[in-house]
Design a protein around this ligand. Structure first.
Ligand code: SF4
Ligand code: SF4
Ligand code: SF4
Length: 154
């Protein structure tokens, strides 16, 4: 499973449409420069240098409607689940560090006082901004299936 740009419908739609897309307009539309094309011709996100602002530019640029604002189930949600390693995170070992909390505009990183941060998966949009900020690379993620509303799969 791969992390795709927001505003997608489901993985099959990426697989069927993006391989024949010549413009790859989503890539150049993204000011954060987090969209990359894989060898199979399908876009994926790379959070190593930045994250997604949900600016909607990639959805506007995609003429094939693989990315579209009509896909409301992924309009502010990327198909990734983030976590903080309690082994790697220094704030789980008595060191004060808020490097991940500061860029998280959704306030999805919860501290117990000054320490022991965890990610609230209900609040986390998968934007990825926290990932590159962690000095010990203690934040990781897994791609998950894009949720779809039942009436959109018919
Ligand atoms: S512009 Fe749309 S169809 Fe083309 S690669 Fe990007 S997401 Fe796929
Ligand atoms: S919504 Fe904006 S920042 Fe996010 S991937 Fe699309 S173009 Fe990039
Ligand atoms: S915890 Fe989630 S919402 Fe907050 S910065 Fe990290 S990926 Fe984005």
């Amino acid at each position: 499973m791969v992390v795709r740009p927001p505003y997608g419908f489901n993985e099959s739609f990426f697989q069927s449409e993006c391989i024949t897309c010549e413009s790859k307009a989503c890539v150049t539309s993204c000011d954060e420069q987090i969209i990359f094309i894989e060898e199979d011709g399908i876009p994926r996100l790379d959070f190593s240098k930045s994250g997604c602002t949900f600016c909607e530019d990639c959805a506007s640029a995609c003429e094939a409607n693989v990315l579209s604002l009509e896909h409301t189930h992924t309009s502010e949600q990327i198909n990734a689940v983030f976590r903080i390693s309690t082994e790697g995170c220094v704030a789980h070992h008595g060191v004060i560090c808020f490097s991940c909390k500061e860029p998280c505009i959704d306030d999805a990183i919860l501290f117990n006082g000054l320490f022991n941060p965890v990610i609230d998966t209900d609040k986390c949009t998968g934007c990825g901004f926290c990932l590159g900020r962690c000095p010990t690379q203690a934040i990781s993620f897994d791609a998950i299936a894009m949720a779809t509303y039942p009436n959109e799969t018919e």
